[in-house]
Design a binder for this molecule. Sequence first.
Ligand code: PRT
Ligand code: ZN
Length: 283
Amino acid sequence: MLRIAIQTKGRLNEQSMELLNAAGVRIGDDKRKFLMQAKDFPVEILFLRDDDIPQTVAMGAADLGIVGYNEVAERGYDVDILQHLGFGACRISLAIPKNEPYTGLNYFNGKRIATSYPNVLKKFFDENNINAEIHTITGSVEISPAAGLADAIFDIVSSGGTLVSNGLTEVEKVLFSDAVLVGTPNLSEEKMAVARQLMFRFDSIQKGKGKKYLMLNLPVAAVDAAIEILPSMKSPTVIPLAQKEWCSLQTVVDDNDLWTVIERLKAIGAEDILVLKLDKIVL
Ligand code: PRT
Ligand code: ZN
């Protein structure tokens, strides 16, 4: 039985559960249990604080884990990064009071920096020959400068709203992070086979994200022009219609290109355009 550790509650819990669910790993929702077996799949889910996931996986008490890359980098345990999962994106950045003139990395020499990521910060400062005082705190790092506890902070940023509301400005983006699937080094072949099966499913789910399935009717004479417009996996599917001079065309389009593609297709005579949600792409 493959054991996967995920966050009990917090920012990564919901998306980890959604991803597992979409990959066919379904568990009940008994919030009191810390270990739950999946229905129809040889997997059990262990619920932990995110701080404990890298160590648990490194020790082999869980075979796989879903955790922010920031935690993996900070804790330094020996785990394999098997896959980036495309959610929980954030960065760990240095931020200073917004009215301070920033003079480059040398600014931090002799300064006090508050952070919950002392190891990542120390490595960054060592690599850049900066001599600063690192203060490790676990609570609300962002209030430290205003409270007189530090001159600057090194903390997780996602929208940047927290920095702004604390009068801070981001000056160095040091580490980019997203949720990653980590594994115990040297998993048995049997467990690795299940892990690979899951990774394949996760990959298909990620490939379907940000894409739509497009169906439309088009004059046959315009098919070549449509193929020029459409970015598709191999080439678009073209199906004849009862009305001989018309056909139906189906393809996958990136969300970012959707409206441009639709407008260009309409301009060459496309009609009855349907945009459908895409769940997974299995290649
Ligand atoms: O209880 P447990 O220990 O499990 O959870 P936790 O409280 O330590 O972590 P949690 O749930 O807050 O975050 C889990 C993971 O989500 C982190 O380790 C990151 O990998 C990822 N993540 C993504 C974030 C953010 N975005 C994020 N914005 N983690 C924290 N934040 C916080 C940040 O600390 C700061 O206070 O949000 C604030 C900044 O957000 P913006 O949008 O205002 O910039
Ligand atoms: Zn935590």
